[in-house]
Design a protein around this ligand. Structure first.
Ligand code: NAD
Ligand code: UFG
Length: 342
């Protein structure tokens, strides 16, 4: 059984990916410092797959801890690097923490992979690297724009590090997945997103509003140049996204990659406005969303969605979960969280 090292594997996207990896016959070992997740996630994973993944609490921004981990796990065949800080607003307030954590962890991981002869890496990038693109949908050849936040900048810089390393480390295969907007939860409601404090992202704020934890959802702007005036994103189901990692890992392990640094858009190819998303949620769940239109949020772009042709043809991957099913899963997860608190 091939062993995959998943950093940040108790986090939102990491935990869903661990499930898909295990269900595809891979052995998984997780390292996470639990700065934005908790150890109980391992129970959720075990409930779904029947297998408790190996886990070590490690800070990957610490070179010594990271090297120690790699020196003890020489049978790892590939790494998926999710571990990062990800709050856009917080990154503006704490830029050094974001650069230190997100850049050092990637450099430590790649450095140790080189040292211990581990060739294959999949990295979590983001559509944030495109900024407000001039032409939509965005393809992988769409020019990247200057990032709006230190967080976004860490993703662009990490991609650059991978590109430069790949030029000289010909034996290494580095692949970045540019996620659009991941939402939803596992249909079992055993794992999902665990937002810390007041959520910044749309779906956790929306589900907490419907659950009565927040009073009202603010829709940030209805004066954008879009059909209904609210901003447009490409919302990708987290299980579809998790599957993309399994496909990417297989591509590298089977040597099917066309270059030793590659990057792919991972979205649905469909743009959905905030107001359309609220309506879809109401249809999917039968619940009413209490919302009001407020001003635009600083730093938001107007619209972005993916051209996923490259992922469809090269990776043989496609998003399949219908939006309403994703939203129903997000609501089921919110209800599950509510029960846990009682
Ligand atoms: P998350 O916060 O749920 O998961 C990240 C995990 O990494 C957490 O469990 C955290 O404890 C851990 N971590 C952070 N720094 C660490 C360190 N130095 N050492 C060890 N563990 C560390 O976030 P997520 O939504 O699952 O995101 C996973 C990855 O995908 C991140 O790299 C994120 O930037 C990227 N991404 C997320 C989104 C999104 O909207 N969720 C969009 C695009 C890209
Ligand atoms: N929105 C609201 N009300 C809210 C929260 C969000 O109207 O309470 C709107 C936003 O203005 C935006 C859309 O809902 O138009 C989506 O907002 P999110 O905060 O959920 O997501 P973003 O597109 O702003 O950014 C997210 C992640 C970034 C990541 C990016 C692309 O937060 O880290 O997706 O992957 F880079």
């Amino acid at each position: 059984m091939k062993k995959i090292f998943v950093t940040g594997g108790t986090g939102y996207i990491g935990s869903h990916t661990v499930v898909e990896l295990q269900q595809s016959g891979f052995e998984v070992i997780i390292a996470d410092n639990l700065c934005n997740s908790n150890i109980g996630v391992l129970d959720g994973i075990e409930q779904i797959t029947g297998i408790r993944p190996a886990f070590e609490q490690i800070d990957l921004a610490d070179e010594k801890q990271t090297r120690d981990f790699f020196s003890r796990h020489r049978d790892v065949e590939a790494v998926i690097h999710f571990a990062a800080l990800k709050a856009v607003g917080e990154s503006v307030q704490k830029p050094l923490e974001y650069y230190r954590n997100n850049l050092n962890s990637l450099m430590n991981v790649i450095g140790c992979m080189r040292e211990y002869g581990i060739r294959n890496l999949v990295f979590s990038s983001s559509c944030t690297v495109y900024g407000q693109a001039d032409v939509l949908p965005v393809t992988e050849t769409t020019p990247r724009k200057q990032a709006e936040s230190p967080y976004g900048n860490t993703k662009a810089m990490c991609e650059d590090i991978m590109r430069d390393v790949a030029k000289v480390e010909k034996g290494m295969n580095l692949l970045a997945l540019r996620y659009f907007n991941p939402i939803g939860a596992h249909p079992s409601a055993c794992i999902g997103e665990l937002p810390n404090g007041v959520p910044n992202n749309l779906i956790p704020y929306l589900t907490q509003t419907v659950a009565g934890i927040r009073e009202q959802l603010s829709v940030f702007g209805d004066d954008y140049n879009t059909p209904d005036g609210s901003a447009i994103r490409d919302y990708i189901d987290v299980v579809d996204l998790a599957r993309a990692h399994v496909v990417a890992i297989r591509r590298l392990l089977e040597g099917k990659n066309k270059a030793n640094y590659e990057y792919f858009n991972i979205g649905t190819g469909r743009g959905v406005s905030v107001l359309e998303l609220i309506q879809a949620f109401e249809r999917a769940t039968g619940e009413k969303v209490n919302y009001r239109i407020t001003g635009r949020r600083a730093g938001d772009i107007e619209k972005v969605w993916a051209d996923t042709t490259l992922a469809n043809t090269e990776l043989g991957w496609k998003a399949v979960v219908p939006l309403e099913e994703t939203l129903a899963n997000a609501w089921r997860w919110q209800q599950h969280l509510g029960k846990m608190k009682k």
